[in-house]
Design a protein around this ligand. Structure first.
Ligand SMILES: Nc1ncnc2c1ncn2[C@@H]1O[C@H](COP(=O)(O)OP(=O)(O)OP(=O)(O)O)[C@@H](O)[C@H]1O
Length: 254
């Protein structure tokens, strides 16, 4: 397999308006390759809408570039073809199919019809690799419906990996997870983020503090603050609108 150069996500002055209501109001941000960027902000800040704009689900103005390609204006499937994948708050795996079958279908989603018709021998290398990465190698024959909540989320991430997704946009990946599952998910995101660009929408502050390499705070459709976890947590504007309480110096240093 040829190594692809790492790519950056460049969002410039993006606006999304619903019937006169501006949900995303001129957002600009850059996420470098190998970064694990957390996108945080109060309810209604525009996080999901921004990701919707990047993935082509809602029309937007401005510019979103990934690996030099302009994404805005492309239909959803063409954005996906540029190596961009997302997960939603609820995992969307095929419950009646095994872990392996789910991954196999995802591989198929990235292949052209002619290649799909070709006979497959054994498990494709990318599936084997994804199974290892997401920690489900020993569960490959289990129906996805019998997996624990966390495992389903990991399977969904695996389904993006086998499609060779280079930019992953994950919407609250640890919502509803146990402490152990959160920890394992954070480690997974670190592994995934080593050679991809990862953006995580998250409300869980402990999770963010442990695993984010950088943070963008949105508020009322705009970027309120950006930086390392410590920088963002020390920003009085963030404390005021988001954390709701001043953080102690010890917490900032933690
Ligand atoms: N399809 C839509 N039509 C009208 N308004 C919408 C639509 N989608 C989102 N909005 C509004 O846009 C604003 C931003 O919503 P969005 O879901 O992006 O926020 P969020 O930061 O992801 O919030 P949460 O953390 O609660 O998921 C909200 O006020 C929401 O009501």
């Amino acid at each position: 397999m040829t190594e692809e150069p790492l790519k950056a996500l460049e969002i410039t002055d993006v606006r999304v308006t619903f019937d006169g209501f501006t949900a995303v109001d001129g957002v600009s941000l850059r996420v470098g390759p190998g970064d694990l960027r957390f996108l945080i902000g109060p309810n209604g800040a525009g996080k999901t809408t921004l990701v919707d704009a990047v993935t082509g689900l809602v029309p937007a103005t401005g510019s979103v570039r990934f690996g030099g390609h302009e994404l805005l204006g492309r239909p959803v499937h063409r954005v996906a073809r540029l190596g961009i994948g997302r997960t939603f708050q609820t995992a969307t795996v095929f419950e009646n199919l095994t872990v392996l079958q789910n991954l196999d279908i995802a591989v198929g989603a990235g292949r052209r019809p002619l290649t799909l018709l070709r006979r497959r021998r054994g498990i494709p290398e990318e599936v084997e690799r994804a199974l290892e990465t997401i920690g489900l190698a020993d569960h490959r024959e289990r129906p996805a419906g019998t997996l624990a909540h966390g495992q389903k989320q990991w399977l969904e991430i695996g389904m993006l990996l086998v499609q060779n997704v280079q930019l992953l946009l994950l919407d609250e990946p640890v919502a509803g997870m146990s402490h152990e599952e959160r920890e394992a998910t954070g480690q997974l995101l670190r592994r995934v983020g080593e050679d991809r660009t990862v953006v995580v929408i998250e409300h869980d502050m402990d999770f963010m503090r442990t695993f984010a390499s950088s943070v963008t705070v949105l508020h009322a459709g705009r970027v309120l603050s950006e930086g390392t976890v410590a920088e963002v947590r020390a920003d009085p504007r963030v404390q005021e609108v988001y954390l709701g309480e001043p953080v102690t110096e010890a917490e900032v240093e933690a």
